[in-house]
Design a protein around this ligand. Sequence first.
Ligand code: KIV
Length: 290
Amino acid sequence: MSTTFQLDTSTSRATPTPQPRKRLTVPSIRGRKRDGVTKEPLVMLTAYTARQAQLLDAHCDMLLVGDSLGQVIYGLPSTLAVTLDMMIAHGAAVVRGSYHSLVVVDMPFGSYEASKEQAFESASRIMAETGCAAVKLEGGQAMAETIEFLNSRGIPVMAHVGLTPQAVNVLGGYAARGRSQEEHAKIISDGEAVQTAGAFAVVIEGVIEPIAIALTKAIEIPTIGIGASAQCDGQVLVTEDMLGMFERVPRFVKRYEDIATLIEKTVETYASEVRDRSFPTEAQTYQPKK
Ligand code: KIV
């Protein structure tokens, strides 16, 4: 069943979609890096809901429906339990709430690693049922054959190298990668392998900065950094992290707001008004017609 309905602003609480701008395409994102230079860095943020997408859309080039939604929305301890159905439900909502940004949906753990055929089955469901333009998957060299298979069958792929959270049990945690010569070389060759396989862009997560700079120089496709370097071709953050929704702030996150305190203070005011019966007032109640 397709869930790619239009957002109905008359029946949802969402505000009407602003002045439509053409949606960015995979070739337009790929083409922002020319001869190794990205004049205007690519802006990407995570989005998981239609309303969040509406608020971010005009300011971003790409919206990532990240499997980080497992931790951010569902309170899971890692991304490992996130399912294809969860990604599809949230992906479709983000497509409905956006009109400009390229929407990329993460392939969840277990939906693509077994074979390139399994990956095609999962990715084609994501594309058909959400209306997104591309999928993202974690892994470098090991995923090159799969990336080539998907791309040559109409599924654009954003790759993800460095710290790959779905491999947390192999890596032993979320510490920055690339501190040994061996790891450094592996991350560079992973980036080169996904480019050769046809990925249109690559996320570099949680690596020491010289690796992010070296990989950005070594490959022609845009690199999107998170915990990487300002010299990447673009940046991505988890929106809730940069808005200050959580107490724990990883080193690579800049907290632009303190939304958690704002929510707590607002709810405190609501609770006290309910308790002293000062809410609702006449303005919020229905009176008999005179
Ligand atoms: O799942 C996610 O949000 C991600 C980004 C942090 C890159 O993969």
